[in-house]
Design a protein around this ligand. Structure first.
Ligand code: SAM
Ligand code: SF4
Length: 334
């Protein structure tokens, strides 16, 4: 018989899990150079969790104390039935969930923004690594900047707050980051800068593109008045206020500043594996548990993930090394 699960989600290091990130698809309509290889092999559709299974798993997490869910991918808005999922999970906002949110590349945001808002989403993160159309196309391998800016404008018009995510990349956009922050201030977006992480094989060596955010920050400090902000999300970012504006700047520095002590999150992949840490390969198979043993087996599997959640990730980025983790960010949900 299955053991009775502990109602709340506390890991072996005493951290309470309140945040679930879900990769709803590993597919994407872009091929950002730091994220994917040009020729990616995606999972067969038969391997993916069905919408109903994602919803059941998410609802089990809500029942056990998760208060925030982020839908990500891959590109979440390329999954055909994602609207249904958003509507279903949106019903829990204010009734268990404090927040349902999404990370998107923005290409299909114009079409989806009103429905996201109607379902209860209030904030989205949009990835934007350059405001120059040619550079944007180069980094994403074929993205159209106008389309993404249109998506961001539509999101704002629909009532969604937009936070911009920018991965700092040497030789590709490092010199543009002050301009991106200036634009965020003018457009009233928050900005999170991210260090490139060694997740999954790509076509180039990440060492060549890696920029420590300490270097970016020194440059930003020369132009902007930045005041440390105590805002905490239990996540990896440290925050600053850009003086004289409503913009908050976040730095996500997994390589140069470890943030694991306060970690409050777990990640569900497209194929139903629960990773307790982005930087480790240990996982439990929630899809198999749910299909073979129903809700009680699902609870047991979640408990197992809490037992194996490591104390910290051990990312490092070295020339010629194979990535610390073989799976791409798109599988686990960034
Ligand atoms: N497609 C959506 C997007 O781009 O926003 C959601 C998924 S994407 C994997 C989520 C975030 O992860 C994006 O902000 C992206 O820039 C970031 N990302 C992807 N691969 C990364 C890597 N290897 N290191 C750091 N950030 C990465
Ligand atoms: Fe797609 Fe997002 Fe990865 Fe870019 S970062 S390839 S948009 S999943």
């Amino acid at each position: 018989m299955a053991s009775s699960p502990s109602p709340s989600l506390v890991d072996a290091h005493g951290r309470t899990i309140r945040y679930l990130r879900i990769s709803v698809t590993d597919r994407c309509d872009l091929r950002c150079r730091y994220c994917m290889a040009e020729k990616m092999t995606f999972l067969p559709r038969s391997a993916l969790l069905q919408l109903e299974e994602i919803a059941v798993i998410a609802e089990r997490f809500i029942a056990r104390g998760v208060t925030k869910i982020r839908l990500s991918g891959g590109e979440p808005l390329v999954r055909r039935d994602v609207g249904e999922l958003v509507t279903r999970l949106g019903r829990h906002v204010g009734a268990g969930l404090d927040e349902l949110t999404m990370t998107t590349n923005g290409t299909r945001l114009a079409e989806h923004a009103p429905a996201l808002f109607a379902a209860g989403i209030r904030r989205v993160n949009v990835s934007l690594d350059s405001l120059d159309a040619d550079r944007f196309r180069h980094i994403t391998r074929h993205g159209d900047l106008t389309q993404v800016l249109g998506g961001i404008a539509a999101a704002k018009a629909a009532g969604l707050a937009v936070k911009i995510n920018t991965v700092a990349l040497a030789g590709l956009n490092e010199d543009e980051i002050p301009a991106i922050l200036r634009w965020c201030v003018a457009e009233r977006h928050d900005l999170s800068l991210i260090e490139t992480m060694p997740l999954g094989a790509i076509d180039e060596d990440r060492v060549d593109r890696f920029v420590p955010l300490t270097r970016v920050f020194e440059r930003l400090e020369r132009e902007f008045d930045l005041a440390r902000d105590g805002h905490r999300t239990g996540g990896p970012a440290r925050y600053w206020r850009v003086d004289g504006s409503g913009t908050r700047l976040g730095l996500i520095s997994p390589l140069t500043a470890n943030f694991c002590d306060g970690c409050n999150r777990v990640r569900l992949t497209t194929e139903g594996k629960l990773y307790a840490c982005l930087g480790h390969d240990d996982q439990v198979d929630l899809k198999a548990a749910l299909r073979d043993g129903g809700l009680s087996a699902l609870d047991d599997a979640i408990d197992e993930a809490l037992r194996i959640k490591p104390r910290r990730h051990d990312f490092s980025i070295e020339r010629g090394a194979t990535p610390a983790v073989a799976r791409h960010m798109s599988v686990t949900g960034g």
